[in-house]
Design a protein around this ligand. Structure first.
Ligand code: S3P
Length: 169
């Protein structure tokens, strides 16, 4: 029997995972699972509300549990991870064992330009005096996890269609 693995997208906030994920799901005719939206639907709260009410640690536990469930589903899907999902307790290794993973590599300048007005939806960005430096440091910390992805796609200067095209090539 043929085995078609899941496709999973990882990368920093603002790297375009959700948008590219939607395009991929449409092209490949697969279900799309976006961990942030699914957690919000299931918990009936926004990510910001979960961070402030229950704490980041709890949110990471929700992400991990959800991913394990999604990766075990038999129908191949497109799974979009939150920016921090693969950087906690062996999650990147679990992802690689059950999916073909793509790191959407995006330069700091582009991330900063996209994220500078986004703090309302992204709890980690709130109250940061020097947002650009924060992004740079967090990205440097996370890069080794992202780099474990099966493939790295450089997104700078490319359209969503071009990125999706590289992933499906
Ligand atoms: C986070 C990224 C967010 C969301 C949460 C934490 C992170 O997802 O999961 O705010 O730790 O980088 P996006 O990457 O979809 O913004």
């Amino acid at each position: 029997m043929d085995y078609t693995p899941h496709i999973s997208l990882v990368g920093f906030m603002g790297s375009g995972k959700s948008t590219v994920g939607k395009a991929l799901a449409r092209i490949l005719q697969r279900p799309l699972f976006d961990t942030d939206s699914l957690i919000e639907t299931r918990k009936g709260k926004s990510v910001v509300e979960i961070f402030t009410g229950e704490g980041e640690e709890k949110f990471r536990e929700y992400e991990r549990q959800l991913l394990l469930e999604l990766l075990n589903a038999p129908q191949p899907a497109v799974i979009v991870c939150g920016g921090g999902t693969p950087c906690f307790v062996g999650v990147m290794d679990i992802l690689n064992a059950h999916a073909v993973t793509f790191y959407l590599h995006t330069p700091v300048d582009i991330l900063y330009a996209r994220l500078k007005n986004e703090a309302a939806h992204r709890p980690l960005l709130q109250g940061k005096d020097d947002l650009r430096q924060f992004i740079e440091e967090l990205l440097a910390h996370r890069e080794p996890f992202y780099q474990k992805a099966t493939y790295t796609i450089h997104t700078a200067g490319k359209t969503v269609g071009e990125i999706a095209g590289e992933i499906t090539a």
